[in-house]
Design a protein around this ligand. Structure first.
Ligand code: HAM
Length: 419
């Protein structure tokens, strides 16, 4: 083979795409039920946008961005996530003035140059939401309850929701200072990555999966011990609202997230089939991002779910079949001509229809009709042509009848309305 797919990328063929479509349709209904409307941002943005928002020392920016120079020597990157782009779009289009509070959802491909492995791709789809313009703890609860509703609608009941709080921006700098003091003499016992994190992003040490690092952290007080009263109150209100909605969650002080823009509430959803390292989805509050990017000080909260990870869990339950109303079976050239005209008339009346283009035998055309899941087969043979009739076969009932050719399309519309 001369040309090959790049590692970490996939071709999505119709059978798989129908599964995706099934999820998109179900999710869209839920998004709209919660008052979110769809937005699309470009897949390419200025590299600086991601460096500034996700953080220069985050794994994503340091190791995983697909960055390139364009002809004007500008540094551009394929988006590794969408929150930064949505925030940029909010600020750039002055939504604060026209419509302060927005609730948006998005569905689209993201790119991270990670080492490809199960559940980790270089191009993957995210389905996410961003609610911008409120600091209310009820919004955190709404965002999380929406995430749970999405998992319910596709029948993933056995997930675990992990919740934590990182405190406000002031808390974060105080916590960093406190942890630097506490860890400075011990850091030599931590892994190489944690020694780096100590210098640039100390909270990420809590996210380390290395058992020795975990062990060392046992004697260190959790983040919540250092939070201001406002942030504790916010967290308590979020937990109370979630409990009122009967949403089960587990508090986990090691959830710190790999993107720098978060503050206050953060959460991750894990599933036994994927293990603790690969979340199905995650998100949190980011009250400082918009201001940090040159906009107003305005609260925001959101999450994103990974489509491929979801499909790997529910793939067997999703079986949407390609559905075709009519497959036209013909015998000979004159009959094909007549069938081809009928095909067009059916489609004009919004009846989905198809015909053979490979010169198949009658038997093989019938087999094809079955394969594509046609509800009805229209047979136009010599006799039918002579008598100006059509033989209609109901594939689910295995029954055949003859109808007049002249008003067939009208008749078919009625039949399809009834079934
Ligand atoms: P994230 O945790 O980086 O958060 O990604 C969210 C989800 O995207 C993950 O839980 C996972 O399901 C999926 N995902 C991430 N990387 C990969 C990959 N390499 N292959 C397959 N799936 C992947 C964010 O992106 C934030 N923007 C979420 C957010 C929205 N926070 C606030 N608003």
């Amino acid at each position: 083979m001369k040309y090959k797919l790049l590692r970490g990328f996939t071709d999505v063929f119709p059978d798989e795409y129908l599964k995706r479509q099934d999820i998109f349709d179900k999710f869209r209904t839920i998004f709209e039920l919660f008052g979110y409307s769809q937005i699309d941002t470009p897949i390419v943005e200025s590299t600086n946008l991601f460096v500034r928002s996700i953080g220069a020392f985050s794994e994503i920016v340091k190791k995983q961005m697909l960055t390139f120079k364009d002809k004007s020597n500008r540094s551009l990157s394929l988006r590794p996530e969408a929150t930064a782009s949505v925030a940029r779009a909010y600020i750039e289009n002055d939504f604060l003035r026209t419509k302060k509070f927005v609730k948006w959802f998005y569905i689209g491909p993201m790119f991270r140059n990670e080492r490809p492995q199960a559940g980790r791709r270089r191009q993957f789809y995210q389905l996410g939401i961003e609610a911008i313009g409120s600091k209310s703890p009820y919004l955190d609860a709404e965002v999380i309850s929406l995430l749970c509703a999405l998992l319910e609608v596709i029948n993933i009941p056995d997930y675990k929701l992990k919740l934590n709080t990182l405190g406000c921006i002031k808390d974060k700098s105080r916590i960093t200072y406190e942890y630097e003091k506490l860890l400075k003499d011990k850091i030599g016992n931590f892994c190489q990555d944690c020694q780096e994190r100590f210098k640039f992003n100390i909270l990420r040490i809590f996210d380390c999966k290395n058992s020795e690092c975990k062990n060392q952290l046992k004697s260190i007080p959790p983040i919540i011990k250092y939070l201001c009263t406002d942030c504790i109150e916010h967290y308590e209100k979020v937990k109370k609202a979630l409990s009122d909605l009967e949403i089960k969650f587990e508090q986990d002080s090691n959830i710190v997230r790999g993107l720098d823009y978060y503050d206050k509430t953060v959460f991750e959803v894990i599933h036994p089939e994927l293990g603790a390292k690969s979340a199905i989805g995650a998100g949190g509050r980011y009250d400082n991002l918009i201001k940090d990017m040159g906009g107003p000080e305005i609260g925001a909260c959101g999450f994103a779910l990974g489509l491929e990870r979801i499909i790997s869990i529910v793939s067997d339950n999703l079986n949407p079949k390609f559905s075709l109303d009519i497959y036209i079976v013909t015998l000979g050239e004159e009959s094909y001509n007549s069938g081809f005209k009928l095909l067009n008339n059916l489609r004009r009346q919004e009846i989905s229809a198809d015909i053979d283009y490979e010169g198949r035998s009658l038997k093989s055309q019938m087999r094809q009709a079955n394969k594509v899941g046609a509800k009805f087969v229209v047979i136009i043979g010599e006799d039918e042509l002579k008598n100006n009739k059509i033989t209609l076969r109901d594939m689910s009932k295995n029954k055949q009848s003859q109808l007049e050719m002249d008003n067939f399309v009208e008749k078919m519309k009625e039949i399809l309305k009834i079934i």
